[in-house]
Structures are given as structure tokens and as C-alpha cells.
Design a protein around this ligand. Structure first.
Ligand code: HEC
Length: 479
């Protein structure tokens, strides 16, 4: 024991470690900080986990178009602890997004961006953007269908910006389309450039937290006045401040450890989500979806009518970014308590009210084909005629049912065809099936004339009358 102490003293004397760290750990902070204050440090914990697991993944990952997907398959299925590792990195990413989101909302609700912490807010915004950038580039680096497609959509969105659009889209894809250069670009951003930005700005952010002190918990009626705030803050710390460690820091430590433990347990027992399908440029009827953090955006784009969509893509993000960037300048004084800033609560509430249903819609994505559609049951087909039965079978086999519902079975991308026989003639149907439409592939080259006849016969048999009789047949069947 004595030996260890001597060793430490020798080490500390030569390095000056406790002299450097000690004052930081012991610096006084306002008393009464609560669990609401732990999300920033927890984001840092999650980031560290991402750095460690990311480096480990990079030792086996091959950043090339024909190696990437295979190497991830290898990591997931064969490498020792590879699956847990991918799980840690995957759920760590989700955790980091959630934590930085809560941290941002907390800072906004507590108005901690007011004087003198304007730059704490601005560096925080850079960190938020960089974290989203990591999530976005991480999707493509996975090099599966979903990741590729999400990037394509993003490049498409960027391409519609006025003036800079085409240049921006070119910059994202590193060319006209997703390919080898895109992967190189995303990989270098994901492992070099954005992490460098993160390290740099985390340093700046922490320095500012130390320099300006943690914001004291807001109190009704206490206003921030730039003329007097600093003096008041230091007086308050002198009077009733407590050392950061251990009085306030213990919560950060415990919460951080709990978060890491939860990520670990999920990675261990649930494991990483399956890799999506490998990218297949010949598969035109693919409707993959992005990772959950961008799902709401995907839903918004799918649901908005065309003209509003452009407005939403182009003007929306610019306005949001400007409002957030300028926030500490047009509102850097005054009341901090959320109850005295009802509009701030309204903004948070509004964002939540808008995003949650979009998320839900994105997860269900009724506008995507339903590839799990079961063949139509006999009670729905409800016919003994061989041609009609054959048509019903083809309706499932040829993928019509992915997009079209009949008596409640099938996807919702196209119109419900339960009573199409009342609506369309054989000619009109043939025209539509062979020629396709905006959102329907043309089947002229994939259906034989006999198959087309069977499908037509089946669809002609779909009438209001047949629907009600098949309904009663179905009820008979379940009895
Ligand atoms: C990728 C999704 C998708 C697939 C697969 C698909 N359709 Fe469609 N279908 C649509 C959409 C969307 C429309 C509406 C097109 C429009 O009117 O602009 C449509 C329209 C139709 C219509 C006209 C319906 C009406 O009420 O006007 C018929 C009939 C039809 N499809 C039959 C078929 C058949 C038969 C198949 C399989 C051989 C098929 N569809 C495969 C998406 C699809």
C-alpha cells in the first residue's frame, strides 16, 4: 500500500496530473443541480463508447463496394464478439442521438443558452449537427439497401435547393450516383472528419462549461441581466456553491454507467439489427426505409404533396437552423423559468406532437408495398372457376398484392381493388396493368397473355356483390 502511494506520488510529481485535474473536479457549482443535468455528460459517455467500438469495427471493415457488405456479414456472424460489437455501436448510436436530443431540449427549456453561455449553445449546435452527420454517414457505410437509398433521397433533397443544389448533391454522392466514390467519401467523413470536429468541439464545449459555470437551476421570477449576472453568479457560488466532484458529479457517473450497461445488455441479449438486403441496382421495386432517427423525415416527405415538399425541404431546415443559431442573441436576457416562457414550452410540445405521429407513420409506412402480404384466402376469392382462382394466385405471385388491397388483404400503396370490377372495363384494366402508372410498374414484359387474362378475369369478379358474398363466406368459415 505504502509502495503504491509512493508510486502515485512519483507519477503525480513528474506529470502534475492532480494539479491539472484537481481544480477542475473541485470547482464549485451551484447547489441543487438535479437529474435533469446528467444528459450532457451521458452523451459524452455514449460518444466514448462509439469511439472505442468504432475503432474496433474498423479493424475488420473493408471500405469498398464489393467488400463492405461482406465484411459486415463476417463481423456479425463469424468474428469473435463481432455481433456484440456491432450491437454496441448500433445501439450506442441510438443512445447518443436520444441523449443529445434530451440534452438540447433540457438546455432550451431551462434557457441555459442565455448570457453568458451563448457560445456553449453554439458549440452545442455544432455537436448536434455533427452527431446527426455521424448517424447519416453511418447508414451508408453499412452499405445495405436501406443505407444506400437514404443517402440517395438526401442527395435528391439537397439537389432541389436553389442555386447550390446540384453542387451539394454532387458533393454528397461524390458523383452523379451512389458508387465507390460515395462510399470512400462517407467512410472518410464517418471515421476522420466528423469525429475530428466532434473531439474539437467537445473540448471547446467543456472548456466553456468550466469557464462560464453550469447554469443554476432556473427559479420563477429570477431574471438574467448581462450587467449584473456574472457578479451575482460568483457571489452565489461563494455563498452556497458545492464542489463538482463528488456533490454534483456522482449523478453523472451513475447515470453514465447505467446507460452504458443498458446498451451492453441490449447488444448482448438482443444483438444488432439484421443487415438489410445487399444493395442491388437492378431491383427497381425496392422501398427500403432509413434508420429510425430519420424515419419521421421520410414519412413527412412521403405524405406531403409535391409543392409543399420542396418548401419543406428547402426553406424548413434553413429557418430552423437560423432560429436555433440566433436564439442566444435575440433572447439572451430575462426570465429563464419554463413556466414564464410559455412559447418555449409550446415549441417543444409542438415538435413532439408533430414528430411522434410521423414516426409512427414512418414505421408503418402504408405507402410502401407490403412484401409480407399473404396469398388471398379461398373465402375471399370465393369462386370455383379455375381461371379466377388462377388469377387470384397470380395477383399474389406477381406482386400486385404488395400494393393493392382486396377485401382487407394486401398493401396500401395503390388503390383498393375490392370492387374494381364495378369500376373498370377489361380494356381499362389491361391498359393500366401493361402500361403501369406513376407509382405502378408496367407489367407488359412480365405477364404472358394467359396470365393477363386470368388476372383480368379475377379482377372483373371483384364487385360490390362478390365482396359482400365473400364476406359472408369468410364469416361462415370462421364459425
Ligand atoms: C408498386 C406498387 C404496385 C404494384 C406492384 C401494382 N400496382 Fe397496380 N396500381 C398501383 C398504383 C399506385 C395505382 C394507381 C395509379 C394511378 O392511378 O396513378 C395502381 C393502379 C392499378 C389499377 C387501376 C385501379 C383504379 O381503380 O384505377 C389496376 C387495375 C391495377 N393497378 C392492377 C394491378 C395489377 C393486376 C398488378 C399486378 C400485376 C398491379 N396493379 C401491381 C401500384 C401498384
Amino acid at each position: 500500500m505504502e509502495r503504491l502511494k509512493q508510486l502515485w506520488q512519483w507519477f503525480d510529481d513528474r506529470t502534475g496530473l492532480s494539479e491539472a485535474i484537481g481544480p477542475m473536479l473541485a470547482h464549485p457549482v451551484p447547489k441543487g443541480s438535479t437529474w435533469a443535468y446528467v444528459f450532457g455528460s451521458a452523451t459524452l459517455f455514449a460518444f466514448m463508447l462509439q469511439v472505442v467500438t468504432g475503432i474496433a469495427l474498423a479493424t475488420a471493415y473493408v471500405p469498398s463496394t464489393d467488400g463492405a457488405y461482406e465484411s459486415l456479414l463476417f463481423i456479425s456472424n463469424q468474428a469473435l464478439f463481432g455481433s456484440v460489437l456491432r450491437g454496441l455501436h448500433n445501439f450506442g448510436a441510438s443512445a447518443m442521438i436520444i441523449l443529445i436530443g434530451i440534452h438540447t431540449i433540457r438546455v432550451f427549456l431551462f434557457a441555459a443558452y442565455k448570457f453568458p453561455r451563448e457560445f456553449n449553445w453554439l458549440t452545442g449546435l455544432v455537436l448536434l449537427a455533427a452527431t446527426l452527420g455521424m448517424a447519416f454517414t453511418g447508414q451508408l457505410v453499412r452499405w445495405d439497401q436501406d443505407g444506400l437509398w437514404s443517402v440517395f433521397i438526401a442527395a435528391n433533397m439537397a439537389g432541389r435547393m436553389p442555386f447550390v443544389g446540384p453542387w451539394l448533391s454532387d458533393f454528397i454522392l461524390a458523383g452523379q450516383t451512389v458508387g465507390a466514390t460515395t462510399l470512400s467519401r462517407f467512410y472518410s467523413f464517418h471515421v476522420f472528419f466528423i469525429p475530428a470536429v466532434l473531439f474539437l468541439f467537445i473540448g471547446a464545449h467543456l472548456y466553456l462549461v468550466l469557464r462560464n459555470g453550469i447554469s443554476e437551476p432556473p427559479k420563477l421570477g429570477r431574471v438574467v441581466d448581462p450587467k449584473t449576472y456574472r457578479d451575482w453568479y460568483h457571489d452565489m457560488l461563494d455563498r452556497e456553491g458545492v464542489p463538482f466532484w463528488p456533490d454534483a458529479g456522482w449523478r453523472d457517473a451513475i447515470f453514465g454507467v447505467i446507460i452504458i450497461a443498458i446498451i451492453f445488455l441490449i447488444a448482448l441479449f438482443i444483438g444488432p439489427p439484421e443487415l438489410g438486403k445487399p444493395p442491388d441496382p437492378t431491383n427497381i421495386v425496392a422501398y427500403p426505409r432509413p434508420d429510425w432517427y430519420f424515419l419521421w423525415l421520410f414519412a413527412a416527405l412521403a405524405l406531403l404533396p409535391g409543392q409543399i415538399e420542396t418548401f419543406f425541404i428547402v426553406i424548413g431546415p434553413v429557418i430552423i437552423a437560423l432560429v436555433m443559431l440566433l436564439l442566444p442573441f435575440y433572447a439572451n436576457r430575462g426570465e429563464r423559468h419554463p413556466l414564464r416562457r410559455p412559447w418555449a414550452m409550446a415549441v417543444v410540445l409542438l415538435v413532439i406532437i408533430m414528430i411522434i405521429p410521423l414516426w409512427y407513420a414512418g414505421a408503418r409506412s402504408p405507402w410502401s408495398p407490403d412484401f409480407e402480404a399473404e396469398p388471398l384466402p379461398a373465402a375471399v376469392v370465393n369462386s370455383t372457376e379455375p381461371q379466377i382462382q388462377e388469377g387470384a394466385k397470380l395477383f399474389h405471385q406477381k406482386g400486385c398484392e404488395y400494393c393493392h388491397t382486396i377485401s382487407g388483404y394486401g398493401g396500401h400503396r395503390g388503390p383498393d381493388l375490392t370492387t374494381v370490377g364495378d369500376r373498370l372495363s377489361v380494356n381499362q384494366m389491361t391498359w393500366r396493368i401493361l402500361g403501369g402508372a406513376d407509382l405502378m410498374p408496367a407489367f407488359a414484359s412480365t405477364l404472358t397473355p394467359e396470365e393477363l387474362d386470368s388476372i383480368n378475369a379475377f379482377l372483373q369478379s371483384r364487385t360490390a356483390q362478390s365482396a359482400s358474398s365473400s364476406e359472408s363466406a369468410a364469416i361462415e368459415e370462421t364459425k
